[in-house]
Design a protein around this ligand. Structure first.
Ligand SMILES: *Cc1c(COP(=O)(O)O)cnc(C)c1O
Length: 208
């Protein structure tokens, strides 16, 4: 793994025993997609794990993971960010948040459009979101074999990240992570500047 890139082991649908094995091998960052599954697994595993919630998060479920989650990758509205802030404060915690950007050609994937995010970022006031550190962006490339398309989608996300980092979010020291890349495309993502890759099936085997 290149220096400075965090490998998140995506363990959704996998039994606790497999996570324990990865933990024994030294893995500390785990990613889960479903609130109930994460809430069930977390107490069964060591307390020094960094939990990354990478799925689609509904506002009314933030309260269940706020007591222990470290990172939330799929923040797709400032309304959701507000709820995360509220629950983080309630628990006396700081939660690192990544804004999800829609970069794929499929319509089904969640996230801000780049223009939407530029507009919202222009009026962003960190003081309105205590307990939250806006830590960067997250995106998923199209589900395609076409490597050049995947590369250009990651390139556009990196471009937007750089633009916001030196522009709208330049006052935010925490804005320094770019979560992109999964089992099939992490090499391309790392080449294009990813700092966090979310890898499931290559580590734990394919899911049913
Ligand atoms: C499931 C999932 C992953 C991991 O996918 P693999 O192809 O198994 O590596 C990464 N990111 C998100 C958002 C996911 O839902």
């Amino acid at each position: 793994m290149p220096q400075g890139v965090l490998l998140i082991a995506v363990s959704k649908t996998k039994p606790v025993a497999l996570l324990q094995e990865a933990y024994q091998a030294g893995q500390r960052a785990f990613g889960e997609n479903y609130v109930q599954e994460l809430v069930e697994k977390q107490p069964q595993l060591p307390t020094d794990i960094d939990w990354h919630f990478i799925g689609h998060l509904q506002s009314n479920k933030v309260k269940y993971i706020a007591p222990f989650v470290h990172w939330i990758h799929g923040v797709d509205s400032f309304k959701l960010l507000k709820e995360i802030s509220k629950q983080a404060v309630k628990n006396g915690r700081t939660i690192q948040c990544l804004l999800q950007v829609h970069i794929a050609s499929e319509e089904t994937k969640f996230g801000f459009s780049p223009d939407e995010l530029r507009t919202e970022a222009a009026s962003f006031q960190p003081a309105d979101y205590p307990g939250v550190e806006l830590s960067g962006l997250m995106g998923m490339a199209s589900f395609t074999e076409d490597e050049s398309q995947i590369r250009s989608e990651f390139k556009s996300l990196k471009g937007l990240f750089d633009e916001l980092k030196s522009g709208e979010f330049s006052a935010l020291a925490s804005f320094n992570q770019l979560s992109m890349g999964m089992s099939s495309d992490w090499k391309i993502a790392v080449n294009e500047g990813s700092t966090m890759i979310r890898v499931g099936s290559s580590i734990f085997g394919s899911r049913n």
